[in-house]
Design a protein around this ligand. Sequence first.
Ligand code: ZN
Length: 104
Amino acid sequence: MSERSFGDQSNWDSGAERLDYLTDPPSSGEQSDSHRCPVGGCAKQVPDHMLMCGRHWRMVHPNLQRRLYAAWARGAGAGTEAHAEAMRECVDEVDWKVGAEAKP
Ligand SMILES: [Zn+2]
């Protein structure tokens, strides 16, 4: 019985978690430069420059990923309608895939 599987943790993720333990934990548990993965049922904290956790990001179609990168424009496009729409479509697609896997 392993309480935790490290096999599916990506490197950047475990590194970030380790740093968290070394520094004082924020009382609220929330950091200004990270947010929760927007995919339904996912509780991973994601850095703000990424839309969702790596595992779910890999489920986004490459065409959509490219569209989001183009709309994001390294931060210049943040908050624009094109960016918001691309984000919504990415989350929708992964949400749909996750839901389809859960109940076939
Ligand atoms: Zn996720």
